[in-house]
Write a protein that binds this ligand. Sequence first.
Ligand SMILES: Nc1ncnc2c1ncn2[C@@H]1O[C@H](COP(=O)(O)OP(=O)(O)OP(=O)(O)O)[C@@H](O)[C@H]1O
Ligand SMILES: [Mg+2]
Length: 259
Amino acid sequence: MNEKNSDITILKIGGSVITDKSSNEGIVREKAIIRIAREISFFEGPLIIVHGAGSFGHPQAKRYSLAYKFSAEGSGVTHRSVASLNELFVNALAQRNVNAVGIHPMGCLVAKEGRISKSFLLAIQMMLEKGITPVLHGDVVMDTVKGSSVISGDQIVPYLASKLNAYRIGVGSAEDGVLDEHGHPIPLITPDNFEIASMHIGGSENTDVTGGMLGKVKEMLDMSRQTKVPSYIFNANAGGNVMSFLRGEMIGTAIKDKA
Ligand SMILES: Nc1ncnc2c1ncn2[C@@H]1O[C@H](COP(=O)(O)OP(=O)(O)OP(=O)(O)O)[C@@H](O)[C@H]1O
Ligand SMILES: [Mg+2]
């Protein structure tokens, strides 16, 4: 499936941006979704969007202890909740004339002990070739060992980047990048400075069952080691940043395999 000289861009929009993540029930940030849909609408080229679950997924997964035990009810409740957020985002994109289509990982990915192990991506690849923008999300997926597992958008992004040979990856979250001990964004993280940088990287200030900022940085660093593709963790809460990333600007914290 890998294609040489791919021009695919992958953009993740964190659940901390498009939902009120401090809530125990799904609360959408409609203004943020509308603004981000507008910023995305100016982009031309093959784009995959992955959004986080925020309060539409993390509290539900925690309530049913999905990380520790299988629950058919909990899997269904959590999936349907995130899928409803996906529909809101897709509709906002469609309002801005983006040919967006919601793709649920639960229907095209399978995990083994919490890591994606199987996928059906041909439909996504064909959509990209034909000008359709797939919009995926953090989700519950079936798991060959655990029954089901919660797969973060932060795991889906590098998986797709590697399988589809993407060339640019942006991860929009709620801070100006990966912050150091003074609250300033670290410009560059590589395997060389990860250990020192990680002393100041935590989980999430809100409920996050998939590792918050530290989980994100580890996923992106592993990916850059394997694929050599850099990623940028930036603040998608600040107006204009999504557009800046999509225009090709360096923004936030760059994560690369070497300096
Ligand atoms: N060093 C750090 N720099 C930046 N953020 C940090 C750091 N340490 C911990 N965090 C926390 O990580 C959070 C971002 O991770 P989180 O998983 O909550 O967001 P998200 O990925 O946007 O949401 P979702 O998982 O729903 O998509 C920040 O809001 C902050 O609270
Ligand atoms: Mg997260």
